[in-house]
Design a protein around this ligand. Structure first.
Ligand code: AVJ
Length: 322
């Protein structure tokens, strides 16, 4: 496989984003994409195995059960681009179904080199599938894939696991419109969306009793310490997961359990955190059953099919460009 070289400015971009997010006056925040360094990617894989986190199993069940049907309904693509492939485990079913029909190019697009390496190990050896990984942000990667297409060939974009839920609703619309802008008639998008469910079921998925999700969240501060020379005392923070009813999302925060002075030299950042103050690290939006079709329309797609899981409300939504 070929991994396209990452751009050289990643470290300073991290420093800039940390600086911008932690300087916010009302609510400090850190972008959730930075949760996935090597440790974070492994912790996320462990989250996916937790009994409380039904999301990945529902996603996988749907792909296992309906991959053939999904593939049969899309104009057969030559190029498959996956936004945030992670380890690529779930994608195997789709690629196998496609490769039965024709030779397929598969492009995992990942900013995490660790996840990309795991993905190439998992899917690099499939028959009739050529893997070319892109260590790039989603839209940059997608644009790089699009220029590889020959006239008449179709592209299918996979955006699984409800990663779209990390965007707030207006940003999701905007992002999906930008994806659409890269695509052409006959192209498709398979979008995974976690659906609204009882809070008593939803909340423990982000606050498991073993503390894996807490470790996943806290690792972000550890990463700032490791890579930017920060002095966060991890023992003086606790993991918080809450349901925001108005925005219909889970929010993860890290809450300072006592007042402290934070220093992050490589981000030129020095500030004080008060006891009880939080850093907002992730949102996971949850959708109503008919929301994806409306999102499709707003972004310039048409939803042609939807598959849902009964055990853990989750939907796979197939969109095409007319
Ligand atoms: C990978 C973004 C879909 O929001 O459920 C899991 C990440 N965060 N537990 C999600 C996550 C805490 C996950 N996504």
């Amino acid at each position: 496989m070929i991994v396209q070289a990452p751009s050289q400015k990643i470290v300073s971009e991290f420093a800039e984003d940390v600086r911008a997010g932690l300087s916010k006056r009302n609510q400090r925040e850190l972008p959730s994409k930075y949760l996935y360094d090597e440790v974070g990617s492994e912790l996320f894989e462990a989250i996916c195995l937790l009994p409380e986190y039904g999301l990945t199993r529902a996603d996988t069940r749907l792909l296992q059960k309906y991959a053939e049907e999904m593939v049969a309904r899309m104009p057969t693509p030559t190029h498959v681009a996956e936004l945030g492939s992670g380890s690529g485990k779930k994608t195997r079913m789709i690629l196998e179904a496609l490769a039965k029909r024709r030779r397929t190019f598969y492009y995992p697009i990942e900013i995490s080199p660790a996840a990309l390496a795991a993905c190439e190990k998992e899917l690099g050896q499939l028959d009739f599938v050529s893997l070319v990984g892109y260590e790039k942000p989603y839209l940059e990667g997608l644009r790089a894939v699009a220029v590889r297409r020959e006239p008449g060939e179709h592209v299918c974009v996979l955006f699984l696991g409800s990663t779209i839920g990390n965007f707030d609703r207006p940003a999701a619309d905007d992002f999906l419109r930008q994806v659409r802008a890269v695509l052409q008639p006959g192209d498709s998008l398979l979008l995974g969306t976690d659906l609204e469910k009882d809070v008593a079921l939803q909340l423990p998925a982000y606050d498991d009793p073993v503390g894996v999700t807490a470790a996943f969240n806290l690792n972000l501060l550890a990463r700032v310490n490791r890579e930017l020379g920060g002095n966060f005392q991890l023992r003086d923070f606790r993991h918080l997961a809450l349901w925001n009813e108005e925005q219909r999302r889970i929010e993860m925060h890290l809450q300072a359990t006592r007042r402290q002075q934070i220093e992050i030299p490589s981000a030129s950042l020095y500030f004080r955190m008060e006891e009880g103050e939080t850093i907002w690290t992730e949102s996971s939006h949850k959708y109503s059953l008919d929301e994806p079709a409306q999102m499709a329309e707003r972004a310039g797609f048409r939803q042609i099919a939807q598959w849902t899981d009964q055990d853990w409300p989750f939907a796979q939504n197939l969109w095409i460009v007319d």
